[in-house]
Ligand binder design. Structure first.
Ligand SMILES: NC(=O)c1ccc[n+]([C@@H]2O[C@H](COP(=O)([O-])OP(=O)(O)OC[C@H]3O[C@@H](n4cnc5c(N)ncnc54)[C@H](OP(=O)(O)O)[C@@H]3O)[C@@H](O)[C@H]2O)c1
Length: 333
């Protein structure tokens, strides 16, 4: 029998829950084959998210099992090298940005397969790193501000006061910029070293979360927030509540058990002020296309905290664990 040669690629994977950066192993595995509705990408850049770490720590375990080994990473940019039989939008040679299946991943590798429906073209003036940073972080900021808070990115909506917590992080730095495209007054929270950075993104006011005044979340100019994009953790409802407008909403990106209880209680009591637990479910390419276009037009930018080669993916992972990124963390293939 003649054996076909299998093309191998470099990848980084873990084979059990937990283990942190040391749990990542460098391996050689077969290049994946695209299904009929998928494209095979030669990856140029992958951005990491705290979600990648939460998956390694087993956040999915109560709901779904994952097959090990796992190649983590979902937010990628690269070049199409092969297309499935039903793919119509892309051809080999196209530069793209894509979000990979959240439960399967595949981004810390030289090649990955992506659904055509979650892949968008990347214009020449948007770098691979800029593109790869967008999917989870910028889609989350967009969904929270546009779909839930109701701001209009063309500035046509009613004036709104927005608070972004952890405004210096991956989601937060996008949320400040997107909010400022609308008709808004934006307050951001961050550490002292990032105050000028968050102002440079367009925030009207900045609170240092490590000071007693900053910790109250009170706007220095007395604004009451119509919406909060809550990207940090462990702030009780009682601290948000006095700072909200009559029907102010807190969109909580990392809701714990007490946030869920608050949400249920507010539903039962028809509260106008609301805490809304949030989970991103990427559905189609429309919003990702819009975000890439905003970068292309210079209306919206990605700030990169640090870039790491695939051979040093553990360093990037350690930075995600550290939780002190300013902007996004990138692995380059
Ligand atoms: N539910 C969803 O679908 C969804 C989607 C995306 C993200 N998320 C979650 O949203 C959170 C933010 O994600 P990310 O990618 O933006 O994280 P990130 O980039 O790792 O955030 C790091 C930044 O947060 C700042 N920070 C940490 N604690 C803070 C606090 N108490 N107040 C103000 N700033 C603080 C840090 O500043 P210092 O260095 O100064 O401390 C750092 O600049 C994560 O927990 C992530 O899991 C959820």
């Amino acid at each position: 029998m003649v054996k076909m040669a299998v093309k191998l690629m470099r990848a980084v994977q873990y084979d059990s829950y937990g283990g942190g950066a040391a749990g990542l192993k460098h391996v050689e595995v077969p290049v994946p084959t695209p299904d009929k509705d998928e494209v095979l990408l030669k990856l140029e850049a992958t951005s990491l998210n705290p979600l990648d770490l939460r998956f390694q720590n087993g956040v999915n375990r109560p709901f779904v099992t994952r097959k090990f080994p796992v190649i983590p990473g979902t937010d990628v940019a690269g070049e199409v090298v092969e297309v499935g039989s039903s793919v119509v939008t892309f051809k080999a040679g196209d530069k793209v940005v894509a979000i990979l299946n959240l439960l399967i991943g595949g981004g810390l590798a030289e090649y990955a397969v992506a659904k055509e429906s979650l892949t968008v073209p990347r214009p020449e003036n948007v770098s691979a790193a800029e593109g790869a940073c967008l999917p989870i972080a910028a889609l989350t900021a967009h969904k929270a501000l546009v779909d839930i808070a109701g701001i209009k990115l063309d500035g046509s909506g009613p004036r709104m006061n927005i608070l972004v917590t952890a405004a210096s992080g991956g989601v937060g730095h996008y949320a400040v910029q997107l909010a400022k495209l609308g008709n808004t007054h934006v307050t951001g929270t961050c550490g002292a070293r990032n105050i000028e950075f968050v102002k440079s993104l367009g925030a009207d006011e900045v609170l240092d979360y490590k000071t007693p005044e900053g910790a109250t979340l009170k706007s220095p100019s007395g604004q009451k927030y119509d919406a909060v994009v809550h990207c940090s953790k462990d702030i009780p409802w009682s601290r948000f509540e006095p700072n909200l407008s009559d029907s102010g909403k807190v969109i909580d990106l990392t809701p714990g058990p007490s946030a869920i209880c608050t949400y249920v209680f507010q539903k039962l009591t028809f509260s106008k002020k609301q805490l809304l637990p949030f989970i991103l479910i990427p559905k189609g390419d429309k919003e990702l296309n819009l975000l890439v276009r905003l970068v292309k037009e210079g209306k919206f930018k990605t700030v990169v905290d640090s870039k790491h080669p695939l051979s040093k993916a553990q360093d990037a992972w350690a930075k995600i664990i550290d939780g002190h990124a300013t902007g996004k963390i990138i692995v380059e293939q």
